[in-house]
Write a new protein. Structure first.
Length: 467
């Protein structure tokens, strides 16, 4: 009976352990990662070995295999539920939500029930031949199960927010989007609630725009729909295609988009200084702009269909450390990422047009910049002043590039360019790459590539061959 209890216990105890980790993460005491989870499993395996009734190697092996298998099941459930497979970042909330679907939950409860029943029935015999230390460890594990089991079913707090009832239509001033009255445009929020769930329909018509009040003569926006309001949380219905008008909402922390969102354009979130993240990845968004001065914004997730990032879109978003530019991106306008002083890494999609005109410089004043990676598939690097570099950054040029101009990079510090392929054809009459800088530029290339022996050596240019 001892061995049966021993082998069944991980089925009940591992979810309790994961629940404890989730509580620590939600309280801010622990940053969850696969490494942390792996470490917790190692500790669990050691504890299980301590409690082994036989001390056989097979028992110790099972002590490690059983919790690891259960953890892997939860991980895969979360990963595939995200639609990203093994490439997914493991998120505790999504993993638990997927793993504890009805059938899985029923199976878990049945197995846990067997384990608990066996434990209660044989608790005296289980404890009869073990030391005080082992008894203490066993009691602690059982207490962990009883106290922390509810945490295993913890949900993403945003899930509850998405299920809130819609705010009443009386809280909004609105107009029809056209003479045919095919949809509703919200022009002003009249309520005072901290949490606003924008209704999907008003007067039986879909809400397709959230913008603001326009000047009757010029047609220009006079005031955003939520501008400088005290709203803290906003839920946007799937019917909204354009959202604009949250300028100066300094208490706004959360903006959620309901499943099936039809959002095409977003703007007007300037100086929302409490907004730390926004997830647009599940929308069909084409144009992004209007997050200037969002000083707390650390993360923004963009979908794979974004085509344009507008002028000053993320200007002075000083907390933004990294942004994943989607492969669909074709244009970034002037000063789009200027003043993002925490931005460390930029990945440039192959389709992105780097010719924006004279000195538009989408990327400048990036005090923490370490790396720029141009993705494979780009054949030409040209333009003028696309990047302003004031740090000793590394710029990776893919093997697909056949033509290159250094004029795309304004260098105010030493920099290293890593070329993955043969020497590209220079786009300057001098035969060089036309850097106009007083700082040293290092060109690093692979010895197996061709053309570099004939590159014209000039002052300030250092060729570095590597294997």
């Amino acid at each position: 009976m001892k061995k049966i209890i021993y082998y069944l216990s991980p089925i009940a105890l591992v979810p309790a352990m994961l629940g404890a980790l989730e509580l620590l993460e939600n309280s801010g005491l622990l940053a969850m990662s696969p490494l942390v989870l792996f470490g917790a499993l190692v500790i669990y395996a050691l504890t299980a070995g301590l409690l082994s009734p036989t001390k056989k190697k097979a028992d110790l092996l099972l002590a490690a295999v059983l919790p690891a298998t259960l953890f892997l099941t939860l991980f895969l459930a979360g990963a595939f539920d995200n639609g990203e497979g093994m490439g997914s970042t493991f998120l505790m909330n999504e993993g638990f939500e997927a793993a504890l679907q009805p059938l899985t939950l029923i199976g878990y409860l049945l197995l846990s029930g067997l384990s608990l029943a066996a434990s209660l029935k044989s608790v005296r015999s289980l404890f009869s031949g073990i030391s005080r230390l082992k008894k203490t460890a066993a009691v602690a594990s059982f207490a962990c199960l009883v106290l922390l089991l509810p945490a295993c079913t913890a949900k993403d707090p945003n899930a509850a927010l998405l299920k809130l009832p819609e705010s009443p239509a009386e809280d909004f001033r609105f107009e029809y989007v056209d003479e045919e009255q095919t949809g509703i445009c919200i022009t002003e929020y009249l309520g005072s609630a901290d949490t606003v769930v924008i209704p999907e329909k008003i007067e039986g018509l879909p809400v397709v725009r959230v913008i603001g009040v326009r000047d009757g003569k010029t047609g220009l926006l006079k005031k955003g729909a939520f501008q400088q309001s005290g709203v803290k949380e906003v839920v946007v219905p799937k019917t909204v295609k354009v959202i604009w008008g949250f300028e100066g909402c300094t208490e706004l922390t959360t903006v959620l988009f309901k499943e099936g969102s039809e959002l095409l354009a977003i703007d007007g979130f300037e100086n929302c200084t409490a907004l730390s993240s926004i997830d647009l990845s599940k929308t069909p968004l084409k144009n992004v702009s209007g997050f200037e001065g969002c000083a707390a914004l650390r993360q923004i997730l963009l979908p794979d269909c974004v085509e344009r990032i507008g002028e000053r879109a993320f200007y002075n978003c000083s907390a933004l450390e990294e942004i994943d530019l989607p492969e669909s991106l074709e244009r970034i306008d002037q000063d789009a990422f200027a003043g993002c002083r925490a931005l460390e890494r930029i990945t440039v999609p192959a389709k992105l047009n780097m010719v924006n005109g004279m000195s538009t410089i989408p990327f400048r004043d990036l005090d923490a910049l370490k790396e720029i990676v141009l993705e494979e598939g780009r054949e030409r690097v040209d333009g003028y002043g696309f990047f302003e570099i004031k740090t000793n950054a590394t710029i990776t040029i893919p093997a697909s590039v056949k033509e290159f101009s250094g004029a795309a990079f304004f260098l105010y510090s030493p920099a290293t360019f890593v070329f993955k392929g043969d020497l590209p054809a220079p786009l300057s009459e001098s035969g060089g790459f036309d850097w106009q800088t007083k700082y040293t530029v290092t060109l690093r290339y692979d010895k197996s590539t061709e053309g570099w022996d004939g590159f014209p050596t000039t002052e300030g240019i250092v060729l570095e061959a590597v294997n």
